[in-house]
Design a protein. Sequence first.
Length: 73
Amino acid sequence: MPRWTVDVDREVCSGCEVCRGYAPGSFRIDSGGQAEFLDPPADALTDIRMAVANCPTGALRLLEDAVSHDQGV
């Protein structure tokens, strides 16, 4: 099973919440008003791909075969 994460470019993110619309369990808006990638459900990859593809500012980048962000690597 591939490992993946999403990189959020905080300088580009507008906090519009489109990502949450596509993958609500995978993103939240932080106290600074920008998207934050969470530890997503195992079956969320399709929704996350849609969120990345539809981000109006292009702030999201899917990193496939990457070590999960919660593993500290």
